[in-house]
Write a new protein. Structure first.
Length: 443
């Protein structure tokens, strides 16, 4: 912004000023935004007295959302004028361990180059603030899309998830496991293209002894594979397949597989229970499509679809039609947008990491429509459909049945009910006899 641009805006405001009253800061800021000189985010920050709006050669133009290790901003390169996303590690979290983990993410993302993965462009630091520069993906993430627009059709979901699977297959081929696949980490462009983002929790299939999260349960509670919970030291590509299956379930139902409860409850249910049949929430889903979801979410990793490439192949019959999500651009978050984490200012950040032995409840944090991640997906529960009471199973590889099937008692409960049916009348009869005897004795 130049002095000439400010003076031009003041001249325009003075020309229409009421009774010659000088324009105030708010009117000047609004005029500069209308003229395209600055963005509304920049105007907010300038009015708050914050004048540093750059990290190195990148000029920050907007806030996109909250990530597990910091915040994500939209920016433009000063010379190249290319729009990018900046993932920023704030000073308040810049411990040696956090910086090391952040650098691991940078190196992991630098290894990947695939149209269905968010590409890394650059990395660096401005003073004590470290940042990662990635491509800016217009549109929204899958979680926000479903929450605003409702669940996807089979063709739409197959298109998005198959694209994500191809991106994950590329990462797996290079020895990387995402470990935090979820709807919030799948970005969808206005023309329906999908890109997997946020490798902040990525781990190597080949243990190099430098992973600070080795042996810990990491990920998001609604999408944790059973083996991530039982054997967190093992880093397997099939764990991403399970999480992608949970994501596909969410895409076509609008519900997470195991809603409600604490993080510990969710972990137990991933290991021991079966989610409700998807047609309970979307009656248009075919049996064949349900089989794909079930095969992706098999409890035993050996019974699961083994590769992300196979997931893409299984979904191809539905994705082949090329039905994409309707073109749209989500509005930005209504939450107050924070400043750049400069000068020691604290920036709230949710934690994506769930450590073994400390499973507890967690909450999401306000976020925008772009890159970044969120700690916990929604846990809303829909009313049961009267004509669909079975749990999800696979004809090829049946999932273990739950103890109760939507109110139908298990064999154990049947025995208890029969025993009660016998015991209660007997107890009432004995009570009546005792009462009569007592009355006769008192006479």
């Amino acid at each position: 912004m130049t002095q000439q641009q400010i003076e031009a805006a003041l001249t325009d405001l003075n020309a229409v000023a009421d009774r010659g009253a000088p324009p105030d800061d708010k009117r000047l800021a609004r005029k500069l935004v209308e003229s395209g000189v600055i963005t509304s985010y920049q105007a907010e920050q300038l009015q708050a007295g914050r004048t540093k709006l750059n990290l190195g050669p990148y000029i920050v133009t907007d806030w996109l959302g909250q990530g597990g290790m910091g915040q994500v901003f939209k920016a433009v390169h000063r010379m190249m004028r290319r729009e990018v996303a900046l993932k920023v590690l704030p000073q308040s979290k810049s411990t040696p361990e956090a910086i090391s983990a952040f650098n691991r993410e940078i190196r992991a993302q630098a290894q990947l180059d695939h149209p269905n993965l968010v590409r890394a462009y650059d990395a660096g630091h401005d003073g004590n603030v470290h940042f990662l520069v990635t491509e800016f993906v217009p549109g929204t993430d899958l979680r926000r899309w479903v929450r605003v627009q409702g669940h996807l059709s089979m063709a739409q979901a197959a298109s998005v998830i198959a694209q994500a699977a191809r991106g994950l297959a590329h990462a797996h081929e290079r020895g990387l496991v995402h470990r935090d696949v979820k709807p919030g980490n799948i970005l969808v462009t206005p023309d329906g293209r999908a890109k997997v983002s946020d490798l902040g929790l990525a781990g190597s299939q080949h243990d190099d002894g430098n992973d600070p999260r080795a042996g810990k349960i990491v990920g998001t509670a609604d999408y944790l594979a059973p083996e991530q919970i039982r054997k967190p030291h093992e880093i397997l590509p099939v764990s991403d397949v399970y999480a992608l299956g949970c994501t596909l379930y969410y895409a076509v139902t609008g519900k997470v597989p195991f809603p409600g409860g604490t993080t510990r409850d969710k972990a137990r249910r991933h290991c021991d229970e079966t989610p409700w049949h998807p047609r309970r929430f979307n009656p248009e889903i075919s049996d064949e499509f349900v089989d794909v979801i079930a095969d992706m979410m098999a409890k035993d990793p050996r019974s699961r679809i083994q590769t992300a490439a196979e997931v893409a192949a299984r979904l191809e019959p539905w994705a082949r039609g090329g039905e994409l999500l309707p073109a749209q651009q989500m509005d930005n978050s209504p939450w107050l947008r924070p400043p750049l984490p400069l000068g020691g200012e604290d920036t709230p950040a949710g934690s994506e990491e769930v450590e073994s032995g400390s499973l507890g409840g967690s909450e999401g944090v306000p976020r925008g429509p772009g890159t970044g991640s969120q700690t916990l997906e929604g846990t809303e529960v829909a009313a049961a459909a009267p004509d669909e009471t079975e749990r999800m199973t696979s004809r090829a590889r049946p999932l273990p049945p739950p103890i109760l099937l939507d109110g139908t008692p298990s064999p154990t409960l049947k025995y208890v009910l029969v025993a009660l049916a016998i015991a209660v009348p007997v107890a009432m009869l004995l009570g009546a006899v005792a009462t009569l005897a007592l009355l006769s004795w008192t006479k």
